[in-house]
Design a protein around this ligand. Structure first.
Ligand SMILES: [Zn+2]
Length: 432
Protein backbone atom coordinates (compact mmCIF):
# COMPACT_ATOMS: atom_id res chain seq x y z
CA UNK A 1 0.00 0.00 0.00
CA UNK A 2 1.43 3.38 -0.86
CA UNK A 3 1.52 6.29 1.58
CA UNK A 4 -1.38 8.20 -0.01
CA UNK A 5 -3.71 5.20 0.25
CA UNK A 6 -2.60 4.59 3.77
CA UNK A 7 -3.37 8.15 4.78
CA UNK A 8 -6.81 8.02 3.11
CA UNK A 9 -7.58 4.88 5.05
CA UNK A 10 -6.56 6.50 8.32
CA UNK A 11 -8.58 9.62 7.58
CA UNK A 12 -11.70 7.61 6.92
CA UNK A 13 -11.58 5.47 10.08
CA UNK A 14 -13.19 6.93 13.22
CA UNK A 15 -11.15 9.03 15.63
CA UNK A 16 -8.27 8.99 13.13
CA UNK A 17 -6.53 11.52 10.98
CA UNK A 18 -3.29 13.26 10.10
CA UNK A 19 -2.05 16.82 9.98
CA UNK A 20 0.99 18.69 8.73
CA UNK A 21 1.64 21.27 11.43
CA UNK A 22 4.22 23.38 13.22
CA UNK A 23 4.90 22.07 16.73
CA UNK A 24 6.91 23.69 19.55
CA UNK A 25 10.00 21.48 19.71
CA UNK A 26 9.84 21.38 23.52
CA UNK A 27 6.47 19.62 23.30
CA UNK A 28 7.86 16.69 21.32
CA UNK A 29 8.66 13.82 23.66
CA UNK A 30 11.02 11.72 21.58
CA UNK A 31 13.84 13.58 19.84
CA UNK A 32 14.46 10.56 17.56
CA UNK A 33 11.12 11.23 15.81
CA UNK A 34 12.28 14.63 14.59
CA UNK A 35 16.03 14.17 14.27
CA UNK A 36 17.39 16.55 11.63
CA UNK A 37 14.07 18.40 11.22
CA UNK A 38 14.36 22.15 10.87
CA UNK A 39 13.44 24.46 13.74
CA UNK A 40 12.57 28.13 13.30
CA UNK A 41 13.65 30.98 15.56
CA UNK A 42 10.44 30.69 17.61
CA UNK A 43 11.19 27.03 18.33
CA UNK A 44 8.61 25.58 15.91
CA UNK A 45 9.31 22.46 13.81
CA UNK A 46 7.35 21.19 10.76
CA UNK A 47 5.85 17.84 11.69
CA UNK A 48 3.40 15.32 10.34
CA UNK A 49 1.31 13.81 13.11
CA UNK A 50 -0.98 10.82 12.58
CA UNK A 51 -3.48 9.33 14.96
CA UNK A 52 -5.80 6.35 15.04
CA UNK A 53 -8.59 5.51 17.51
CA UNK A 54 -7.82 8.66 19.47
CA UNK A 55 -4.12 7.89 19.96
CA UNK A 56 -1.05 9.30 18.23
CA UNK A 57 0.48 6.60 16.03
CA UNK A 58 3.26 8.54 14.36
CA UNK A 59 5.22 11.79 14.64
CA UNK A 60 7.60 12.56 11.82
CA UNK A 61 9.63 15.60 10.86
CA UNK A 62 8.74 17.05 7.44
CA UNK A 63 11.52 17.32 4.88
CA UNK A 64 13.06 20.69 4.06
CA UNK A 65 11.70 20.37 0.53
CA UNK A 66 8.03 20.13 1.50
CA UNK A 67 5.84 23.21 1.88
CA UNK A 68 5.90 24.66 5.39
CA UNK A 69 2.69 23.96 7.34
CA UNK A 70 0.52 26.96 8.17
CA UNK A 71 -1.01 25.76 11.42
CA UNK A 72 0.41 25.33 14.93
CA UNK A 73 -0.39 22.21 16.94
CA UNK A 74 -0.69 22.43 20.73
CA UNK A 75 -2.04 19.97 23.28
CA UNK A 76 -5.50 20.71 24.66
CA UNK A 77 -4.93 22.85 27.73
CA UNK A 78 -5.29 22.36 31.47
CA UNK A 79 -6.69 25.21 33.57
CA UNK A 80 -5.11 24.71 37.01
CA UNK A 81 -7.06 27.37 38.90
CA UNK A 82 -10.60 28.53 38.12
CA UNK A 83 -13.72 29.59 40.00
CA UNK A 84 -16.49 28.08 37.88
CA UNK A 85 -19.11 28.67 40.56
CA UNK A 86 -18.94 32.45 40.36
CA UNK A 87 -17.83 33.04 36.78
CA UNK A 88 -20.05 35.50 34.91
CA UNK A 89 -21.59 36.85 38.14
CA UNK A 90 -20.27 40.39 37.44
CA UNK A 91 -23.67 41.70 36.37
CA UNK A 92 -25.17 40.93 39.78
CA UNK A 93 -21.99 41.41 41.82
CA UNK A 94 -19.62 43.99 40.40
CA UNK A 95 -16.60 45.62 42.00
CA UNK A 96 -15.87 48.83 40.18
CA UNK A 97 -13.09 49.92 42.57
CA UNK A 98 -11.20 46.73 41.80
CA UNK A 99 -9.71 46.16 45.26
CA UNK A 100 -9.25 42.81 47.03
CA UNK A 101 -11.37 43.93 50.02
CA UNK A 102 -14.32 45.02 47.86
CA UNK A 103 -14.07 41.84 45.82
CA UNK A 104 -14.27 39.78 49.01
CA UNK A 105 -17.28 41.72 50.30
CA UNK A 106 -19.09 41.48 46.94
CA UNK A 107 -18.30 37.75 46.71
CA UNK A 108 -19.69 37.07 50.20
CA UNK A 109 -23.00 38.80 49.53
CA UNK A 110 -23.33 37.21 46.08
CA UNK A 111 -22.59 33.75 47.54
CA UNK A 112 -25.32 34.12 50.19
CA UNK A 113 -27.94 34.69 47.48
CA UNK A 114 -26.54 32.40 44.76
CA UNK A 115 -29.36 30.18 43.48
CA UNK A 116 -29.03 26.69 42.07
CA UNK A 117 -29.87 28.04 38.60
CA UNK A 118 -27.27 30.79 38.87
CA UNK A 119 -24.66 28.22 39.86
CA UNK A 120 -25.57 25.98 36.91
CA UNK A 121 -25.50 28.97 34.55
CA UNK A 122 -21.99 29.95 35.69
CA UNK A 123 -20.57 26.44 35.44
CA UNK A 124 -22.20 25.49 32.13
CA UNK A 125 -21.32 28.75 30.42
CA UNK A 126 -17.71 28.38 31.58
CA UNK A 127 -17.41 24.78 30.41
CA UNK A 128 -18.94 25.46 27.00
CA UNK A 129 -16.46 28.27 26.44
CA UNK A 130 -13.53 26.28 27.79
CA UNK A 131 -14.31 23.35 25.49
CA UNK A 132 -14.39 25.32 22.25
CA UNK A 133 -11.33 27.28 23.34
CA UNK A 134 -9.37 24.01 23.73
CA UNK A 135 -9.39 23.15 27.44
CA UNK A 136 -9.35 19.46 28.47
CA UNK A 137 -9.11 19.69 32.27
CA UNK A 138 -10.01 22.23 34.94
CA UNK A 139 -9.34 22.47 38.65
CA UNK A 140 -11.95 24.81 40.13
CA UNK A 141 -12.23 26.17 43.63
CA UNK A 142 -15.81 26.14 44.93
CA UNK A 143 -17.16 28.41 47.67
CA UNK A 144 -18.21 25.80 50.24
CA UNK A 145 -18.75 27.45 53.62
CA UNK A 146 -22.43 28.42 53.44
CA UNK A 147 -25.78 26.72 53.96
CA UNK A 148 -25.92 25.70 50.30
CA UNK A 149 -22.56 23.91 50.25
CA UNK A 150 -23.89 20.34 50.00
CA UNK A 151 -26.53 21.39 47.42
CA UNK A 152 -23.78 22.98 45.33
CA UNK A 153 -21.57 19.88 45.52
CA UNK A 154 -24.56 17.75 44.38
CA UNK A 155 -24.97 20.05 41.37
CA UNK A 156 -21.26 19.86 40.62
CA UNK A 157 -21.21 16.06 40.81
CA UNK A 158 -23.93 15.97 38.14
CA UNK A 159 -22.09 18.50 35.99
CA UNK A 160 -18.89 16.48 36.27
CA UNK A 161 -20.63 13.30 35.13
CA UNK A 162 -22.27 15.10 32.22
CA UNK A 163 -18.97 16.58 31.05
CA UNK A 164 -16.61 13.68 31.78
CA UNK A 165 -16.01 12.74 28.13
CA UNK A 166 -15.14 16.32 27.20
CA UNK A 167 -13.47 18.03 30.16
CA UNK A 168 -11.92 16.44 33.24
CA UNK A 169 -13.05 18.34 36.33
CA UNK A 170 -11.70 18.43 39.83
CA UNK A 171 -12.94 20.66 42.62
CA UNK A 172 -11.37 22.31 45.65
CA UNK A 173 -13.59 23.10 48.64
CA UNK A 174 -12.82 26.75 49.35
CA UNK A 175 -13.54 27.61 53.00
CA UNK A 176 -11.99 29.67 55.80
CA UNK A 177 -9.06 27.62 57.14
CA UNK A 178 -10.59 27.05 60.60
CA UNK A 179 -13.76 25.57 59.04
CA UNK A 180 -11.93 22.25 58.69
CA UNK A 181 -11.85 21.95 62.50
CA UNK A 182 -15.66 21.93 62.77
CA UNK A 183 -17.97 18.88 62.50
CA UNK A 184 -19.44 20.34 59.33
CA UNK A 185 -15.93 20.69 57.95
CA UNK A 186 -15.11 17.06 58.74
CA UNK A 187 -18.26 15.92 56.90
CA UNK A 188 -17.48 18.04 53.86
CA UNK A 189 -13.89 16.80 53.87
CA UNK A 190 -15.05 13.18 53.77
CA UNK A 191 -17.30 13.90 50.82
CA UNK A 192 -14.56 15.80 49.01
CA UNK A 193 -12.01 13.05 49.62
CA UNK A 194 -14.33 10.27 48.47
CA UNK A 195 -14.64 11.96 45.05
CA UNK A 196 -10.91 12.52 44.64
CA UNK A 197 -11.32 16.27 45.08
CA UNK A 198 -9.24 18.66 47.21
CA UNK A 199 -9.40 20.61 50.45
CA UNK A 200 -8.79 24.35 50.17
CA UNK A 201 -8.53 27.48 52.24
CA UNK A 202 -7.27 31.03 52.32
CA UNK A 203 -4.17 32.35 54.09
CA UNK A 204 -3.80 36.08 53.53
CA UNK A 205 -2.80 38.87 55.88
CA UNK A 206 -3.79 40.06 58.38
CA UNK A 207 -3.65 36.71 60.19
CA UNK A 208 -2.83 35.48 63.66
CA UNK A 209 0.31 33.39 63.30
CA UNK A 210 -0.41 30.91 66.11
CA UNK A 211 -4.03 30.40 65.10
CA UNK A 212 -3.07 29.94 61.45
CA UNK A 213 -0.32 27.45 62.35
CA UNK A 214 -2.84 25.46 64.39
CA UNK A 215 -5.55 25.47 61.66
CA UNK A 216 -3.09 24.63 58.92
CA UNK A 217 -1.55 21.80 60.85
CA UNK A 218 -5.05 20.40 61.48
CA UNK A 219 -5.83 20.67 57.75
CA UNK A 220 -2.64 18.89 56.68
CA UNK A 221 -3.32 16.06 59.15
CA UNK A 222 -6.95 15.79 58.02
CA UNK A 223 -5.94 15.66 54.35
CA UNK A 224 -3.37 12.94 55.09
CA UNK A 225 -5.90 10.95 57.09
CA UNK A 226 -8.37 11.12 54.16
CA UNK A 227 -5.65 10.82 51.51
CA UNK A 228 -6.75 13.86 49.55
CA UNK A 229 -4.71 16.76 48.23
CA UNK A 230 -4.74 20.43 49.26
CA UNK A 231 -4.80 23.65 47.21
CA UNK A 232 -4.48 26.89 49.16
CA UNK A 233 -5.03 30.52 48.23
CA UNK A 234 -1.87 31.67 49.94
CA UNK A 235 -0.17 35.07 50.22
CA UNK A 236 -2.41 36.79 47.68
CA UNK A 237 -1.19 40.11 49.03
CA UNK A 238 1.34 42.90 48.80
CA UNK A 239 2.15 42.85 52.53
CA UNK A 240 3.64 40.36 55.00
CA UNK A 241 5.86 38.85 52.30
CA UNK A 242 5.43 35.04 52.08
CA UNK A 243 3.97 35.08 55.62
CA UNK A 244 1.58 32.21 54.87
CA UNK A 245 4.19 30.15 53.06
CA UNK A 246 6.57 30.42 56.03
CA UNK A 247 3.86 29.06 58.35
CA UNK A 248 3.09 26.24 55.90
CA UNK A 249 6.77 25.26 55.81
CA UNK A 250 6.90 25.29 59.64
CA UNK A 251 3.86 23.01 59.72
CA UNK A 252 5.51 20.64 57.24
CA UNK A 253 8.59 20.51 59.49
CA UNK A 254 6.41 19.04 62.21
CA UNK A 255 3.63 17.10 60.45
CA UNK A 256 4.37 14.08 58.26
CA UNK A 257 2.90 14.80 54.86
CA UNK A 258 2.36 12.41 51.95
CA UNK A 259 -0.25 14.28 49.96
CA UNK A 260 0.29 16.92 47.29
CA UNK A 261 -0.03 20.58 48.31
CA UNK A 262 -0.51 23.35 45.76
CA UNK A 263 0.19 26.97 46.64
CA UNK A 264 -2.04 29.18 44.52
CA UNK A 265 -1.05 32.85 44.11
CA UNK A 266 2.06 33.06 46.35
CA UNK A 267 2.18 36.66 45.16
CA UNK A 268 3.90 38.45 48.04
CA UNK A 269 6.82 35.98 47.89
CA UNK A 270 7.94 37.80 44.76
CA UNK A 271 8.51 40.96 46.81
CA UNK A 272 11.19 39.33 49.01
CA UNK A 273 14.91 39.73 48.34
CA UNK A 274 16.74 37.26 46.06
CA UNK A 275 18.33 35.26 48.88
CA UNK A 276 15.09 34.87 50.84
CA UNK A 277 13.28 33.77 47.67
CA UNK A 278 15.84 31.11 46.82
CA UNK A 279 15.94 29.78 50.41
CA UNK A 280 12.16 29.44 50.50
CA UNK A 281 12.04 27.99 46.98
CA UNK A 282 14.51 25.26 47.97
CA UNK A 283 12.42 24.34 50.99
CA UNK A 284 9.33 24.25 48.77
CA UNK A 285 11.06 21.91 46.32
CA UNK A 286 12.09 19.61 49.20
CA UNK A 287 8.46 19.45 50.31
CA UNK A 288 7.29 18.91 46.71
CA UNK A 289 4.97 21.92 46.92
CA UNK A 290 3.46 22.94 43.59
CA UNK A 291 2.61 26.50 42.57
CA UNK A 292 -0.10 28.12 40.48
CA UNK A 293 0.80 31.72 39.60
CA UNK A 294 -2.14 33.95 38.73
CA UNK A 295 -0.78 37.07 37.03
CA UNK A 296 -4.09 38.49 35.77
CA UNK A 297 -5.97 38.73 39.07
CA UNK A 298 -2.80 39.71 40.94
CA UNK A 299 -2.19 42.60 38.56
CA UNK A 300 -5.79 43.72 38.71
CA UNK A 301 -6.44 43.47 42.45
CA UNK A 302 -3.31 43.77 44.51
CA UNK A 303 -1.74 46.92 45.88
CA UNK A 304 -4.36 49.30 44.48
CA UNK A 305 -4.13 52.79 45.94
CA UNK A 306 -6.46 55.56 44.79
CA UNK A 307 -4.49 57.76 42.44
CA UNK A 308 -1.15 55.99 42.69
CA UNK A 309 0.11 53.47 40.16
CA UNK A 310 1.94 50.61 41.80
CA UNK A 311 5.08 49.82 39.83
CA UNK A 312 6.46 46.87 41.78
CA UNK A 313 3.79 44.18 41.42
CA UNK A 314 3.20 41.18 43.70
CA UNK A 315 3.51 37.96 41.67
CA UNK A 316 4.88 34.47 42.37
CA UNK A 317 8.61 34.46 41.47
CA UNK A 318 8.10 31.97 38.65
CA UNK A 319 11.66 31.68 37.33
CA UNK A 320 13.26 31.40 40.76
CA UNK A 321 10.81 28.67 41.73
CA UNK A 322 11.42 26.78 38.48
CA UNK A 323 15.16 27.08 39.06
CA UNK A 324 14.77 25.42 42.46
CA UNK A 325 12.83 22.55 40.85
CA UNK A 326 9.31 23.60 41.88
CA UNK A 327 6.51 22.83 39.40
CA UNK A 328 4.95 26.18 38.47
CA UNK A 329 1.89 26.63 36.29
CA UNK A 330 -0.06 29.73 35.32
CA UNK A 331 -3.83 29.81 35.76
CA UNK A 332 -6.63 32.13 34.74
CA UNK A 333 -8.37 32.45 38.15
CA UNK A 334 -11.55 34.54 38.09
CA UNK A 335 -13.61 35.29 34.99
CA UNK A 336 -16.14 38.11 34.83
CA UNK A 337 -16.82 38.29 38.57
CA UNK A 338 -16.11 40.69 41.45
CA UNK A 339 -12.46 39.54 41.61
CA UNK A 340 -11.74 40.06 37.91
CA UNK A 341 -14.14 41.53 35.37
CA UNK A 342 -12.42 40.32 32.17
CA UNK A 343 -11.33 37.07 30.51
CA UNK A 344 -13.20 34.14 28.92
CA UNK A 345 -11.69 30.69 29.61
CA UNK A 346 -9.42 31.03 26.60
CA UNK A 347 -5.91 29.67 27.22
CA UNK A 348 -4.45 31.59 24.25
CA UNK A 349 -5.91 34.78 25.67
CA UNK A 350 -4.42 33.89 29.07
CA UNK A 351 -0.99 33.42 27.46
CA UNK A 352 -1.25 36.69 25.51
CA UNK A 353 -2.07 38.72 28.62
CA UNK A 354 0.01 37.01 31.30
CA UNK A 355 3.21 36.43 29.33
CA UNK A 356 4.12 40.15 29.24
CA UNK A 357 3.31 40.52 32.95
CA UNK A 358 5.35 37.49 34.00
CA UNK A 359 8.18 37.85 31.42
CA UNK A 360 7.42 34.40 30.03
CA UNK A 361 8.16 33.69 26.36
CA UNK A 362 6.36 31.02 24.35
CA UNK A 363 9.57 30.00 22.55
CA UNK A 364 11.31 29.14 25.87
CA UNK A 365 10.61 25.70 27.31
CA UNK A 366 10.11 27.15 30.79
CA UNK A 367 8.01 29.97 29.40
CA UNK A 368 5.58 27.57 27.72
CA UNK A 369 5.51 24.77 30.30
CA UNK A 370 3.45 26.74 32.92
CA UNK A 371 0.59 26.71 30.38
CA UNK A 372 1.06 23.12 29.18
CA UNK A 373 2.96 20.29 30.92
CA UNK A 374 3.31 21.95 34.36
CA UNK A 375 -0.41 22.71 34.52
CA UNK A 376 -1.05 19.00 33.77
CA UNK A 377 1.44 18.05 36.53
CA UNK A 378 -0.36 20.26 39.05
CA UNK A 379 -3.52 18.22 38.40
CA UNK A 380 -1.49 14.97 38.28
CA UNK A 381 -3.09 14.16 34.92
CA UNK A 382 -2.10 10.95 33.20
CA UNK A 383 -0.94 12.80 30.08
CA UNK A 384 1.38 15.77 30.56
CA UNK A 385 0.60 17.28 27.14
CA UNK A 386 3.88 16.18 25.51
CA UNK A 387 3.38 14.69 22.04
CA UNK A 388 4.66 11.19 21.39
CA UNK A 389 3.49 7.87 19.98
CA UNK A 390 0.79 6.51 22.27
CA UNK A 391 -0.26 9.87 23.71
CA UNK A 392 -3.88 11.03 23.24
CA UNK A 393 -4.94 12.84 20.07
CA UNK A 394 -6.15 15.84 22.05
CA UNK A 395 -5.17 18.92 20.10
CA UNK A 396 -5.67 22.61 19.57
CA UNK A 397 -4.84 23.49 15.95
CA UNK A 398 -4.23 27.20 15.43
CA UNK A 399 -4.56 28.91 12.06
CA UNK A 400 -1.20 30.63 12.44
CA UNK A 401 2.43 29.99 11.57
CA UNK A 402 4.10 31.93 14.39
CA UNK A 403 3.82 32.59 18.11
CA UNK A 404 3.85 36.33 17.56
CA UNK A 405 0.83 36.12 15.25
CA UNK A 406 -0.91 33.63 17.55
CA UNK A 407 -0.64 35.90 20.57
CA UNK A 408 -1.43 39.08 18.64
CA UNK A 409 -4.23 38.08 16.29
CA UNK A 410 -6.20 35.47 18.23
CA UNK A 411 -6.33 33.10 15.24
CA UNK A 412 -9.10 30.66 14.34
CA UNK A 413 -8.68 27.31 16.01
CA UNK A 414 -9.83 23.74 15.56
CA UNK A 415 -10.06 21.47 18.57
CA UNK A 416 -9.52 17.71 18.43
CA UNK A 417 -11.02 15.72 21.31
CA UNK A 418 -9.97 12.10 21.58
CA UNK A 419 -9.15 11.95 17.86
CA UNK A 420 -12.25 13.78 16.57
CA UNK A 421 -12.57 17.36 15.41
CA UNK A 422 -14.95 19.15 17.76
CA UNK A 423 -16.92 20.88 14.98
CA UNK A 424 -17.49 17.51 13.29
CA UNK A 425 -18.47 15.97 16.61
CA UNK A 426 -21.20 18.56 17.13
CA UNK A 427 -22.26 18.18 13.48
CA UNK A 428 -22.81 14.40 13.83
CA UNK A 429 -24.59 14.91 17.14
CA UNK A 430 -26.97 17.43 15.57
CA UNK A 431 -27.75 15.05 12.73
CA UNK A 432 -28.96 12.34 15.14
ZN1 LIG B 1 -8.62 31.87 43.09
Amino acid sequence: MNLANNIELIASSPKSGHLDVLVPRCLIGNGQDVLGTSIDKEGLSPIQVEWRDGTITSIEGLKQTSKLPEEILLPRFTEPHAHLDKAFSWSRSSNLKGTYQEALAANLSEYKLRSRDELIFSVEKSLNLALVNGVRAIRSHIDSFGKTAMRDWDVLDDVRKKWQEKIFLEFVALVPLEFWQTDEGELLAQRVASNGDLLGGVIAPPFNKRKTFHSLSHLVQLANKLNCDIDLHIDESQTCFAGGLKILLEVLDQVKNDISITCSHLSSMGLLGDKAISNLAEKMAKNKLKVVALPLTNSWLLGRKDRTTLIKRPLAPIFQLQKAGVVVSVGGDNVNDAWFPLSNFDPINLMAFSMPIAHLSPWDRLGLSPFTSSAAHVLSLQWDGIFQKGSPADFVVLDSNSWVKTLSENPQRRVVVNGEFLNELTKTKNQH
